[in-house]
Structures are given as C-alpha cells and as structure tokens.
Design a protein around this ligand. Structure first.
Ligand SMILES: *[C@@H]1O[C@H](CO)[C@@H](O)[C@H](O)[C@H]1NC(C)=O
Ligand SMILES: *[C@@H]1O[C@H](CO)[C@@H](O)[C@H](O)[C@H]1NC(C)=O
Ligand SMILES: *[C@@H]1O[C@H](CO)[C@@H](O)[C@H](O)[C@H]1NC(C)=O
Ligand SMILES: *[C@@H]1O[C@H](CO)[C@@H](O)[C@H](O)[C@H]1NC(C)=O
Ligand SMILES: *[C@@H]1O[C@H](CO)[C@@H](O)[C@H](O)[C@H]1NC(C)=O
Ligand SMILES: *[C@@H]1O[C@H](CO)[C@@H](O)[C@H](O)[C@H]1NC(C)=O
Ligand SMILES: *[C@@H]1O[C@H](CO)[C@@H](O)[C@H](O)[C@H]1NC(C)=O
Ligand SMILES: *[C@@H]1O[C@H](CO)[C@@H](O)[C@H](O)[C@H]1NC(C)=O
Ligand SMILES: *[C@@H]1O[C@H](CO)[C@@H](O)[C@H](O)[C@H]1NC(C)=O
Ligand SMILES: *[C@@H]1O[C@H](CO)[C@@H](O)[C@H](O)[C@H]1NC(C)=O
Ligand SMILES: *[C@@H]1O[C@H](CO)[C@@H](O)[C@H](O)[C@H]1NC(C)=O
Ligand SMILES: *[C@@H]1O[C@H](CO)[C@@H](O)[C@H](O)[C@H]1NC(C)=O
Length: 759
C-alpha cells in the first residue's frame, strides 16, 4: 500500500464518518412536472412516492421515512423535505429532479407618517382609492396581536368575494372570532422550522399571535384602522392610522425562532398560501444577504409567481447602510424600499438656573425629574474617569468633529445624571435609554457662559423630555442605516427603487411586550420603531391605494407611478440629503428615484410597464443555466430568444469602469412608456446634466394621440472612464407635459461588482 493510497483510504473513511454523523437538513427541491407518471393524480402523491423510493433504493435507515415538509403549488413546482446528505444526493438521480436549494435563514429588517406623506381625507389618493377599501394586503412577518384597536372593523363593508382564505389560526385552533372585516385571515408557517428544530415542538405555539411585536407594527402601518390618542408615553401623541386604512389585512406568520429569523421553506409556503388566498399586495420586511443568486433566493423565486398573478410586492432594502452594496432584495420584479426620516422629532427642554430655557433634539422618552441638578462643562467628554467623578451632575459636552457618538457612549458608561451635547449635527442617538439633549452651537454658547458666570460651581439646570416637534428641517433625509445599492448580484437594475418613512414610526404593539426599559419594563399599546422594515409597509400601503384607484395597473405600472412622481426635494426645497454620508446630497444608490409622494403617484401621466416575458428576457441575459432559469420561472421551456439586460425600468444605471480616464465609454438604453394621462398630449425630455458626461435622448419629444399608447425612446450616455474608487455621478431624465412630470434617475458609476463572490 503506497502512501498516496493510504491517504485516500483514510480520507475515504473519514468522509464516510462525516456522512454517518451528518445532520438532517431541510432542502427545497425543484421538480419537473412534465416527467410525472400518469398514475399519479396529483403532484403531492408523486413527490411522496419519489421520496419513499429514495429511502428504499438506498437502504437508508431512519426511524421514520423522510417526510415532505411542504408541497408548493403556486410559487414553484416542488417541495421541501428534511433529508440527510445521502438522501439528498440519491434524490438527484430520480426522474423529474431538476435542482435544489438550501433552506436559508432570513432576518427581519429591524433595528403620524400619513400626514407627512400629504395624505388628506378630502382630496388625492385617499378618497380616489376609497382608502384601499377592497384591496387585500398580505403581510409576511412575525404575526399579529388581533386584539389591538388598530384592527377594529368599525364601518367596514363585507369582505370582498375574491378572498379565498378561510383560516384564522390562533392558540392551536382555527377560531374565526379572532378575525373580522379588517383582519380577514391569519395563518402560521412553522413546519420548516419544526423539521429543523425537532426538539422545540412543544415550546412553539401553533398560532399566528405575535410574540415579538414587529408584525403587529408593520401590518398596522400598512392598513391599521384609525385610533385616536395613540402615543408612547406622551410622545408622538395623535391619531394612529394605516396608509390604506380601509384595506383588508391577511397575516402570514413565519418567524418562530428567538432571533427574528425565518426559514425559506416557511416563507415560500406563506407566499404560496397568500397567492391561493387571493391577496393583491404583499409586504415583506425581510430578506437574505444578496450573496446568493436570484435562483437560490427564496424571495426572488416566490415573488416571481406573485408578480405573474398581478400582486404588487414591497420589500425592505435592509439595515446595513451606509456603505455601498449592502442592499438585499435587489430583485427586478419587486419594489425595494429605502428608509428616511420624517419632520417629526422628539425634543427636550433644558432650563438653566437663571431661568433661560433651551430646546434641543432629545430621543429620551422616559420620565426625568431632574429638578435642578448641578451642571458642569466637560469639554469633549473623552475621559470616562473624569466623567465618573462628576456622575451626580448633568454634564455638558462639546462635539468638535463628529465625536458625538463616542461622547454618548462615554456618558452612558460613566452613568452621569444627564448630558447636554453641543453639536451642529442632528445625531442619530438610539432612542430611549439615556436622558440627553443635543443643542446647537448658539445655544451651547449660552450654556457655557452661564456655567462660567457661576465660578463657585453653583450652576444648576433641569431637563424635561417628550416634546413632540413637527418642524424638523431638513426632512426627509435618507437615514444612515438604510442599505445602499448597487444590487451586487443583479446590478443592471438600479436599486433601491424608492424611499419611504422608516425612522421614528409609531404603530400598534402587543401590550405584553415591553416598549421601554428603565430598570424595569414599561408596556404600551403603541411603539416607535425604525428600520427599512418600517418603510416597506408604507410603500405596500401606497400600493394598495393605487391598486384601489387603478384596478387595471400591473405591479410594474404601480412601481413606475411611485418612482417617477417621487420627491427629490426636502422641506427646505433642496435636494434630499443622506445622513449616512455627512448630510451630503443623497445619490439614487441611497434614495432610489426619490421619496414617495402618494398623491402624485395617483396621476403619473406615463408609466414604464414590464410584462412577464420582459422579465424572462432579462433573466435569460444573466447567463444562468436552463435549470436555474426554470427555478425562477417554473417553465420548462423558457423563451430565451431575445435576452436583454435592458429592462424597461423607470431608472438607469451604467457602469463605466476604466484603467485610465482618457478612455471613453458609452451605454445606450431603450425604454417604452405607456400613456395613462391625457388622451392627446406631448411630452418633452429635460435632462439634468451629469458633469463630465454627455446624456442624450432620441427622440426628445413624444406625441401621444390616445390613451394607453406606447412610445419608445433611447437614452445614451457618453463619457470618460471612471478611475477613482467608487465614483458615483448622477442626473435625471424628466419627461414633461403641461400637467405631468415623469422623472427617472440616471446613475453612472464604477463601483465594482464583477468580482463579487456570489454563489
Ligand atoms: C385548521 O384548519 C385547517 C384546515 O381545515 C387544518 O389543516 C388545521 O389542522 C386546523 N387547525 C389548526 C390548529 O390550524
Ligand atoms: C375562540 O376565541 C374566542 C375569543 O378568544 C373564545 O371566546 C372562544 O372560546 C374560542 N373558541 C374556540 C372554539 O376555541
Ligand atoms: C404544534 O404543532 C406541532 C406539529 O405540527 C406539534 O409537534 C407541536 O407539539 C405543537 N405545539 C404545541 C405547543 O402544541
Ligand atoms: C394628547 O393629545 C390630546 C388631544 O390633542 C390631548 O387632550 C392630550 O392632553 C394629549 N396628551 C398628552 C400627554 O400630551
Ligand atoms: C452570505 O453572507 C452572510 C453574511 O456575511 C453569511 O453569513 C452567509 O453565510 C453568506 N451566505 C452564502 C450562501 O454565502
Ligand atoms: C421649557 O421649560 C420652561 C421652564 O420649565 C418653560 O417655561 C417653557 O415653557 C418650556 N418650553 C417648552 C417649549 O416646553
Ligand atoms: C412616566 O409617568 C407617567 C405618569 O406618571 C406614567 O404613566 C409612566 O408610566 C411613566 N413612564 C416611565 C417610563 O416611567
Ligand atoms: C483621564 O483622566 C485621568 C485623571 O482623572 C488621567 O489620569 C488619565 O490619564 C486621563 N486619561 C486620558 C486618556 O487622558
Ligand atoms: C478633529 O480632527 C482633527 C483632524 O482629523 C484632529 O487633528 C483633531 O485632534 C480632532 N479634534 C478632536 C477634538 O478630536
Ligand atoms: C454572459 O456571457 C457573455 C459571454 O461570455 C458575456 O459577454 C456577458 O457579459 C455575460 N453576461 C453577464 C450578465 O454576465
Ligand atoms: C444552477 O445551475 C447549476 C449548473 O447547471 C446546477 O448545478 C444547479 O443545481 C442549479 N441550481 C438551481 C437552483 O437551479
Ligand atoms: C422537463 O422534462 C421535459 C420532458 O422530459 C424536458 O423536455 C425538459 O427539458 C425538462 N426540463 C428541465 C428544466 O429539466
């Protein structure tokens, strides 16, 4: 026996050893239905039979034969099952097997909006859509707290007949008394979770009840009924109302783990069920990292079928900003939502011993009874030892160059009574836990002068909190946590698509889950959260309103209407800024086309529509194998005769990578717009230039003579190659007639995606 053989032999043994010890795991299997023998009356029977043969032929011993977790009906041809690696390998040799993907674990995107969006009961999209009256919104999330006042169905008409969902699953039973004309369905999907965690069965309640809070918050943001006097301990006092307050809510619970995670097998089953039940809109504040290909991403796979059925799907961009390429759900057939701030801010009031009072930004929502504590100036607050010496006082810190975050950390660590930060940055301190106020330089000088004037350290001050201000400027801004594009595995479509309110969002909350903790837990029926998770349901809600007003619009038409009419200016009439990039102008890689403007979206003039075959043409151009294309489209014979990466999208992104700046590059795009505005009208093209680049449009005039007429144009970008790292240049193309402004962002960048390691 030579040495090489010996090593191989050992390797072989150890490999087998690994196999016998290997864990069972969940797999999602794509099957070829055209191979199904006629003896089977349904696909479930065929899948079961195949799986049992896998066990017999391979003499695989397990206490129970491997069982199917789910058979999928709408979103894919196939099933999920808990298999050993051997069983999985054996299955691949059976007729009809096409491909399989692992059961990934996906995470939720957590970390008075209607008025801010300009929604008005008397004009615009609210009355035009009847508040989304007969639109059914499916929310895939952590479940729901059905007793919340936000699910009251006062004055609602009977459930539309298109609703096929019968289940209202709570507390281990089907009990329709938990549902009503607002909350019309509630289902849970935990079979994949239980197959993977077989030891947890007894501890998992088989119920759609929300024990985390996230799903109650997102679902009431989309479609909660009106509730007056909603606030979190006095802050954000006002009316809580969903974006589409008369829409119907169908809840699909998919989170059963303790870490806000959900499995693909359960998510695919939930979307499958939502399609059977008859939802019009889906809201999903969840996603996987975009490091798996579209054909392995459960959301990409399942939402393709939803899109084919005309369902508008809103997804969150993720909370991994502000770096580029942090976005997930960069899927061409959904809308991908970034998160911004609103004009509502939480303020605090600092009153000095001499009676002067100063107002500043203060996210603290506790009760603070600091009547006249000593106040002391501590410079840059960078020495914790020094801060601990004055912990019984209110400390004043000066933010010299963006050190606010560290200062905040230091004062909390030193456990001082309270802090006043002098800073011109509006910070993004996490809400709640620490009593602090951020004041500007001008107010800071007043505080410092007061402290100096009391040389015998007799300076005193008091602070109070929870003052709701609606005057924050500038607003909106893209928040720093919001994930940025480009979508690295599919960069040919500019993502994110749009920004919605995501910071400081008040919505319903389960009354038994704490909203604050100041030593002990505090409970409330509403809570304030932030994240792209909160922005996503706002866009789903607007989708419900637009669908209510325009029943015939496709999901792509709804997305186009939102994008081309969105706002790029803030409430100071300047370009929307990016908190994550030092309040510089937000690029479309952070903002998308702009910030949602629901009333404008009602009447966009033109839309960029995309049909199913257009998406197939796009997928065909991605150089996937036929199996991989089938994984998404479910069709065994995809028409790939016209592959094209140039999707008819209401935005443009060109990659101009170059070794040296003397080389010139160019890219051309083709687009077709559909007239949904006036019958006879003429649009002219206006280009917001991009410095250094030549952008041209041919033709630059579109003359329409009837409704739904389609006209095409070409946009061409010429320019130097970009050589500096991560350059991003952008401008806009706007088609304008007398009434409408149809704007699309144009990005030119050299951000590298080609060498990304995508499976
Ligand atoms: C509810 O009804 C469905 C369909 O009739 C059934 O499959 C399920 O076992 C029932 N029970 C629970 C707890 O959902
Ligand atoms: C259904 O739920 C209602 C409200 O919680 C409860 O009163 C009733 O007993 C439940 N019915 C069943 C069959 O569990
Ligand atoms: C939930 O249902 C699963 C089977 O679907 C079962 O194993 C488990 O015991 C149930 N959990 C509870 C708490 O009843
Ligand atoms: C909340 O607003 C209502 C109505 O404007 C007012 O009556 C109430 O006092 C307010 N509550 C707080 C805590 O500010
Ligand atoms: C994707 O990225 C995440 C986070 O970096 C990592 O945990 C995960 O294993 C990656 N998945 C794949 C399939 O590469
Ligand atoms: C701040 O507090 C002072 C003193 O308590 C009070 O007079 C003043 O009205 C308060 N200002 C605001 C805006 O609440
Ligand atoms: C603050 O005080 C109010 C009124 O006394 C009380 O209802 C609330 O629970 C307190 N909140 C906290 C966080 O202590
Ligand atoms: C912090 O202050 C202490 C005196 O209170 C001093 O000994 C120490 O060196 C200071 N640390 C730094 C990092 O400046
Ligand atoms: C501010 O930044 C400058 C340049 O980076 C540095 O030299 C200076 O020490 C910083 N000041 C403070 C207070 O951190
Ligand atoms: C597909 O493959 C062709 C030929 O290798 C290549 O030119 C093209 O860039 C590839 N497209 C994508 C999207 O990778
Ligand atoms: C993708 O294509 C590769 C190569 O044909 C294949 O091995 C893999 O199973 C396919 N995966 C899916 C999910 O289609
Ligand atoms: C499915 O089976 C049919 C008939 O055998 C075959 O023509 C087709 O290529 C298969 N599709 C895939 C994706 O394997």
């Amino acid at each position: 026996m030579d040495l090489r053989f010996c090593i191989q032999f050992l390797l072989c043994i150890s490999l087998q050893f690994i196999f016998t010890l290997a864990h069972f795991d969940n797999y999602i299997i794509h099957m070829n239905l055209s191979v199904m023998p006629k003896v089977f009356s349904n696909k479930h029977g065929w899948y079961e039979s195949t799986l049992s043969q896998v066990n017999i032929t391979n003499n695989i011993q397990r206490s129970t034969s491997s069982k199917i977790i789910y058979t999928y009906n709408n979103v894919m041809n196939g099933f999920s099952a808990n298999l050993s690696p051997e069983e999985h390998e054996a299955l691949k040799t059976f007729p009809g097997y096409i491909s399989s993907i692992p059961d990934l674990s996906l995470k939720l995107d957590t970390t008075y909006s209607p008025q801010f969006l300009g929604l008005n009961p008397y004009k615009g999209v609210w009355p035009s859509s009847d508040f989304g009256k007969d639109i059914i919104v499916g929310v895939i999330d952590t479940g729901v707290w059905p007793e919340s006042e936000s699910f009251n169905d006062n004055g609602m008409t009977k459930i539309p007949t298109k609703w096929k969902g019968k289940l209202c699953q709570f507390e281990n039973t089907n009990n329709s008394s938990f549902c009503n004309k607002k909350l019309i369905g509630a289902r849970f999907f935990n079979k994949g979770f239980l197959a993977k965690n077989s030891n947890m069965g007894e501890t998992i309640v088989n119920s759609t009840r929300d024990i985390i809070g996230h799903g109650t918050h997102t679902s009431t943001t989309v479609g909660g009924s009106r509730v007056d006097g909603a606030s979190v301990f006095g802050y954000a006092n006002g009316t809580a109302i969903g974006i589409a307050s008369l829409s119907r809510l169908a809840i699909y619970k998919i989170v059963f783990g303790l870490d806000d995670a959900a499995l693909s097998s359960d998510i695919i089953a939930a979307i499958d069920a939502a399609i059977s039940d008859g939802v019009d809109i889906l809201s999903m504040s969840i996603g996987y990292y975009d490091n798996v290909s579209l054909y392995e991403d459960p959301i990409a796979i399942a939402t393709f079928a939803a899109m084919e059925k005309g369902i508008f799907v809103s997804t969150s961009a993720g909370n991994l900003g502000p770096s580029f390429k942090t976005l997930h759900n960069g899927i061409p057939w959904v809308i991908t939502v970034a998160a911004g701030t609103m004009n509502r801010e939480s303020h605090g009031n600092l009153t000095l011993g001499n009676g002067v009072s100063l107002i500043g930004f203060a996210p603290y929502l506790g009760n603070f009874s600091a009547n006249n504590f000593p106040i002391v100036f501590m410079g840059t607050c960078d020495n914790i030892t020094e801060l601990i010496k004055v912990k019984s006082k209110i400390v004043v810190c000066e933010d010299k160059n963006g050190t606010l975050f560290i200062q905040n950390y230091n004062v909390i660590k030193a456990k001082v009574v309270g802090a006043v930060f002098i800073s011109n940055n509006t910070p993004h301190l996490a809400s709640y836990p620490f009593p602090s106020i951020v004041i500007n330089q001008k107010s800071g000088e007043i505080v410092k002068a007061y402290i100096r004037s009391n040389s015998n350290s007799s300076s005193i001050a008091k602070m109070c909190f929870r003052i709701t201000s609606f005057g924050a400027k500038p607003a909106p801004r893209v928040d720093s946590y919001s994930s940025r594009g480009p979508a690295k595995r599919c960069p040919y479509v500019l993502k994110p698509d749009i920004t919605g309110p995501g910071t400081s969002i008040l919505a319903a909350w389960p009354p038994n889950i704490p909203v604050l903790n100041f030593g002990s837990d505090y409970f409330n029926k509403f809570n304030i959260l932030q994240g792209t998770s909160m922005a996503c349901p706002h866009i789903a809600g607007v989708g419900a309103l637009l669908k209510g007003a325009h029943a015939d619009w496709s999901p792509a038409a709804i997305r186009s209407a939102m994008m081309t009419t969105s706002d790029i200016l803030d409430n100071t009439k300047e370009h929307i800024k990016d908190i994550g990039k030092g309040n510089e102008i937000a690029t479309p890689l952070a903002l998308g086309a702009g910030h949602i403007n629901p009333n404008s979206a009602l009447d966009p003039g033109l839309v960029y529509d995309v049909g199913v075959q257009d998406y197939v043409n796009f997928i065909c151009a991605l150089n996937f194998t036929q199996e991989n294309i089938t994984s998404i489209t479910r069709s065994s014979n995809n028409n790939c005769s016209k592959p094209s990466l140039d999707l008819n999208y209401p935005s443009f992104i060109a990659f101009f990578k170059a070794e040296n700046s003397s080389s010139r590059t160019s890219q051309e795009f083709s687009r077709t717009v559909t007239n949904v505005g006036e019958e006879k009208t003429t649009y002219v093209a206006i280009i917001t230039p991009i410095a250094g680049f030549n952008v041209s449009v041919i033709p630059d005039k579109l003359v329409f003579s009837k409704m739904n007429e389609k006209l095409s144009y070409k946009l061409r970008i010429d320019g130097p190659g970009m050589t500096q790292e991560n350059e991003v240049a952008f401008g806009y193309l706007t088609w304008q007639d007398e009434k409408h402004v149809v704007r699309s962002p144009i990005v030119v960048t050299n951000i590298n995606f080609v060498d990304e390691n995508i499976k």
